[in-house]
Ligand binder design. Structure first.
Ligand SMILES: Nc1ncnc2c1ncn2[C@@H]1O[C@H](COP(=O)(O)OP(=O)(O)OP(=O)(O)O)[C@@H](O)[C@H]1O
Ligand SMILES: [Mg+2]
Length: 241
């Protein structure tokens, strides 16, 4: 293999999480988590309700200050950076809730995407990516279907040109007939950037992602290539309510 392909510059992870602990006030939710995310491809984060998935993404986005541990983006320590700075640095977040402004139109939501003032070309690119949104530009976001809301929230995050896109349950509340469309878009995105995918649809998550982490009570209980995690006899135990 050539030196270029094995160069550490190209193989170093984009996002590194080291011994991360976090929670709310004195209530600790994440315990000593360590993992890394490569610059391309999707990483699935699975776990039952309350396991700490949303807390993890919020901590990576900078909304929750960690109790201890470090977060590095492309080798730079971003642990103390506020959310806006992390977003500018390339951490995109599609939250589980409130990813859109419900009272504004789809067009206004897009114009406020990615930290402000996206170009017409960037918005057109989003409308090509999610054609369903094009027909809804003048509607308020509150009138969208569950799937269209998720598409809008993903578009808003993409307008910030993230290097790592974190999605918290992008198929939650989405009609089954539209879930596959979202899955296909996520597969496309993971060929272009790093994707961290929190999902309740285990089969979908393991199909989209190359690597999976299963969280149990705030620790990483199981991890590995998606195919290996899918076949792990302990998987269902960690996901069972
Ligand atoms: N704002 C908060 N204040 C205090 N505790 C919280 C807060 N948000 C979440 N928690 C607690 O943190 C734990 C982890 O919650 P989190 O939302 O991260 O789980 P999750 O894995 O995303 O669950 P779900 O699958 O239901 O979305 C839970 O025990 C939850 O009750
Ligand atoms: Mg959650």
């Amino acid at each position: 293999m050539s030196d270029i392909l094995t160069s550490p510059v190209l193989t170093a992870p984009l996002l590194e999480v080291a011994s991360l602990s976090a929670g709310y006030g004195r209530s600790q939710v994440l315990f000593d988590m360590s993992f890394s995310v490569p610059a391309k491809g999707a990483v699935a984060v699975l776990g039952r309700n309350g396991a700490g998935k949303t807390t993890l993404l919020k901590t990576l986005a900078g909304e929750i200050r960690p109790m201890s541990g470090a977060i590095r983006l492309d080798g730079r320590d971003v642990t103390a950076d506020p959310p806006e700075r992390r977003a500018r640095g390339g951490i995109g977040h599609v939250p589980q809730e409130h990813g859109i402004f419900a009272r504004m139109t789809v067009r206004e939501n897009l114009l406020l995407g990615g930290g402000g003032a996206p170009s017409k070309g960037d918005i057109d690119e989003m409308l090509d990516f999610f054609p369903k949104l094009g027909a809804r530009l003048s509607q308020t976001a509150a009138t969208l279907s569950g799937g269209e809301r998720k598409m809008l929230a993903i578009s808003r995050a993409l307008l910030g040109r993230p290097r790592v896109l974190m999605l918290d349950e992008p198929t939650e509340g989405v009609w089954i007939g539209v879930i596959e469309e979202i899955a296909e878009r996520l597969i496309e995105l993971s060929g272009r950037m790093a994707v961290i995918l929190v999902e309740q649809h285990i089969e979908l998550a393991l199909r989209v992602a190359d690597t999976a982490y299963v969280i149990d009570r705030g620790t990483i209980a199981l991890s590995g290539p998606s195919a290996q995690v899918r076949d792990d006899p302990d998987l269902l135990r960690y996901l069972a309510p």
